[in-house]
Write a protein that binds this ligand. Structure first.
Ligand code: GLU
Length: 275
C-alpha cells in the first residue's frame, strides 16, 4: 500500500487535517506500506512558504515521517501540460472563455430549469462546446467534453470506502458535466494535477475526507482516459466544530499549532479526533 496526504499550504493545518494525515499514516503502518506527502500548491497566489514550513513541522510533531524530497505541484506544470495534450489528442477537450457571470446568466435564462450544482459548482451549460482546441485564445480555460469522454471509457467502476461504485454516461453528464481541466490562470486544475501526481507517486490507496468523494468519479475518468492505474479510494468522516460545521483553514482556534502552543500532546490530538 502506498498512500498520501496532500495538503495545500494556504493556511495552518487544523484538527481535520490531523485526522486525515493520521488516518492515512495509520493505514500505511498497519499494511506495512508507505506514507507519502505532497504539497498541492498550484494556486500560487494563495500559497505561502511559512504555511508549507508549518505543514512539515506540525506533521513531524504528530509523529509522522515521509520520504524526501517531497513532491510539490508547482514543480510539475510540465507533467500536467503533457497530460492535457494527451486529452486534447483524444478529442475530449475544448477551450472556454465563459466567466462565472456568463455561466450564471445562461443558466438563469427562462427556458432553463433550476441550475444544477456539480462538484465544482454550477454545471456548465455547454456554451463553448462547439469550439476546437485550434481556436484557443490566451485567456481561455480548457474544459472536458464529458459526453465524448464517456463514449471512450464506457461506464466507470471503482472501489470507494468498501463499496463498488458504477457510473454511466448520463449520470456523469447530469451530475458533473464539462468540468474545467485547466484554469486560464494556472494551466491546470485540482483534478488534473491530483490524477497525474497520484500516478507518478504510485499511490495505491487514496485516503481523504468525504468532502472530496464527489470529485472521485472525475479522477477515475481521467485515470481511464490517460491509461493510469485506478487506485482504491477511502473517504473518511469529517471533523466538525460544535455547530456541526466542517473546519476551515481560517479557523485558527483549531489549528494543530494552537493546541501545541497550549501544551497538548500528539496523543491528545489523536484523542480529540477520535483515533
Ligand atoms: N489538496 C487537497 C486539499 O487540500 C486534497 C487533495 C486530495 O486528497 O485529493 O483539500
Amino acid at each position: 500500500m502506498i498512500t498520501r496526504f496532500a495538503p495545500s499550504p494556504t493556511g495552518l493545518l487544523h484538527l481535520g487535517h490531523a485526522f486525515s494525515a493520521l488516518t492515512a499514516w495509520d493505514a500505511a503502518q498497519a499494511a506495512g506500506g508507505q506514507f507519502l506527502l505532497r504539497i498541492e500548491d498550484i494556486d500560487r497566489p494563495r500559497c505561502r512558504d511559512e504555511y508549507e514550513a508549518a505543514i512539515y513541522d506540525d506533521l513531524r510533531w504528530l509523529g509522522l515521517d515521509w520520504p524526501t524530497p517531497v513532491m510539490r505541484q508547482s514543480d510539475r506544470m510540465g507533467a500536467y501540460a503533457v497530460a492535457l495534450d494527451r486529452l486534447a489528442a483524444l478529442g475530449v477537450t475544448y477551450p472556454c472563455g465563459c466567466t462565472r457571470g456568463d455561466i450564471k446568466a445562461t443558466l438563469s435564462a427562462p427556458q432553463e430549469g433550476a441550475p444544477l450544482q456539480g462538484p465544482d459548482g454550477l454545471i456548465y451549460p455547454g456554451t463553448c462546446r462547439g469550439r476546437t482546441m485550434a481556436d484557443r485564445h490566451p485567456g481561455d480555460a480548457i474544459r472536458l467534453n464529458m459526453a465524448r469522454a464517456m463514449e471512450i471509457t464506457g461506464p466507470l467502476s471503482f472501489h470507494d470506502t468498501g463499496a463498488t461504485q458504477t457510473l454511466t454516461a448520463p449520470e456523469m453528464i447530469d451530475s458533473i458535466g464539462d468540468i474545467v481541466l485547466a484554469r486560464k490562470d494556472i494551466g491546470t486544475s485540482y483534478h488534473l494535477s491530483v490524477v497525474v501526481d497520484d500516478a507518478a507517486q504510485n499511490i495505491t490507496d487514496v485516503i481523504r475526507g468525504k468532502d472530496l468523494a464527489p470529485a472521485t468519479p472525475i479522477h477515475v475518468l481521467l485515470q481511464r482516459l490517460l491509461d493510469l492505474p485506478v487506485p482504491t479510494f477511502h473517504h473518511h468522516r469529517l471533523i466538525r466544530d460544535e455547530a456541526g460545521k466542517r473546519l476551515a483553514k481560517r479557523d485558527d482556534a483549531r489549528a494543530i499549532r494552537t493546541y501545541r502552543d497550549s501544551g497538548e500532546s500528539p496523543a491528545d490530538i489523536r484523542h480529540m479526533v477520535g483515533l
